[in-house]
Write a protein that binds this ligand. Structure first.
Ligand code: NAD
Length: 331
């Protein structure tokens, strides 16, 4: 029976991991904490390793794993920036990630966020909780069926999101640096982000954060939005200039925004700050902004994502043990 050690497993993942191990006739052992110089000795005697790192994996760790005869580390996330790929390769260690675990989860979030704004859901709750049951213009909804939706980034998540809006009858326009052949018949590409946002009633972001798109959605760009348009950002916080967005909303350049990411979120998410003051005044202002709904980087967080992240990483581990390779390798 093959033996896999899993580092840094969250409580909600434990049963999923053991269920997978049982179904694949693998002996699984869970180790406390992340993979490090201090914990790598726990992997001795195992055939494979999986972990969820948010601290660096240094050269000595790959050297030690090689000495134990281990040939891989399976990271349980899309990002793999904590690995020294050169040092891993030099020690014949294959690093794998989980590049796409559930695009539907983020797509359904973006649709939900847009529908909540279009249907004035939050405003309806306020008046209803106040026992004001009248039909009145401020809570009268729009209809996605008659809208144009702008998708920025048409990869796995963007295209899945486009299909959901398309199913509601919306017209979809999009911008991507590289056009996706699979998008034909679903959306129409435009030549620039400005062209997309000018036409759109809902703008949904699905691009990675790069040095080129830092604060790309800034006050100047918001001048191109329809005053009735809504923004959804379930991509990365740094793409949106938060102060610029708040000023644009205050100046009625657009109607509202739902943000699942914030540019300086790393100190706060996912942690419990309920008993502490927020030191970040922009975050505090954003949370209190009447036209912004914020969620804590939670678009991915569904039953399916949690299951897929764990089981895809375990499968990549077993693939390397049994065949010496896997499709999810990043080095
Ligand atoms: P993907 O690689 O399949 O697609 C990204 C697309 O963006 C590609 O088509 C690429 O050509 C395009 N692109 C890259 N840079 C661009 C730019 N500057 N301008 C225009 N287009 C650009 O990635 P994906 O799986 O669809 O994920 C998209 C993003 O969603 C991720 O990078 C991540 O930031 C975000 N994400 C968020 C969550 C969450 O929980 N909020 C979870 C997973 C991913």
């Amino acid at each position: 029976m093959k033996r896999i050690i899993a580092y840094n497993v969250r409580d909600e993942e434990v049963q999923l991991a053991f269920d997978w191990a049982k179904a694949h006739d693998v002996e699984l052992v869970i180790a406390e904490g992340q993979l490090s110089v201090d914990t790598v000795h726990l992997a001795e005697g195992f055939d494979g390793v999986t972990t969820s790192q948010n601290s660096k994996v240094v050269k000595e760790v790959y050297e030690t794993l090689k000495n134990y005869g281990i040939k891989q580390i399976a990271q349980r996330s899309a990002g793999f920036d904590y690995y020294d790929l050169e040092a891993a390769t030099a020690n014949d260690i294959i690093i794998t990630n989980v590049p796409s675990y559930s695009p539907e989860s983020i797509a359904e979030y973006s649709l939900t966020a847009a529908l909540n704004m279009v249907r004035k859901w939050d405003d309806i709750q306020v008046v209803t909780n106040n026992h004001d049951f009248r039909w009145q213009v401020p809570i009268r909804a729009g209809l996605v069926n008659e809208m144009t939706v702008g998708i920025i980034g048409t990869g796995h998540i963007g295209l899945t999101t486009a299909k959901l809006f398309k199913a509601l009858g919306a017209k979809i326009v999009a911008y991507d640096l590289y056009r996706n052949d699979k998008a034909e018949g679903i959306l129409e590409y435009r030549d620039s982000i400005e062209d997309v946002v000018k036409e759109s009633d809902i703008v949904s972001l699905h691009v990675p954060a790069t040095k080129d798109n830092f604060h790309q959605f800034n006050y100047e760009l918001f001048k191109n939005f329809k005053p009735t348009a809504y923004l959804v950002n379930a991509a990365r916080g740094s793409i949106v200039d938060t102060e610029g967005l708040m000023k644009a909303l205050d100046d009625n350049l657009l109607a509202g925004a739902t943000l699942d990411t914030y540019e300086n979120e790393s100190d706060y998410i996912p942690k419990d700050w309920s008993q502490k003051d927020l030191e970040d005044k922009t975050l505090e202002k954003m949370l209190n902004h009447p036209k912004i709904t914020f969620t804590p980087h939670i678009a991915f967080y569904t039953d399916v994502s949690v299951r897929n992240i764990m089981t895809f990483a375990l499968q990549a581990t077993l693939d390397v043990i049994e065949t010496g390779d896997t499709t999810f390798r990043v080095n």
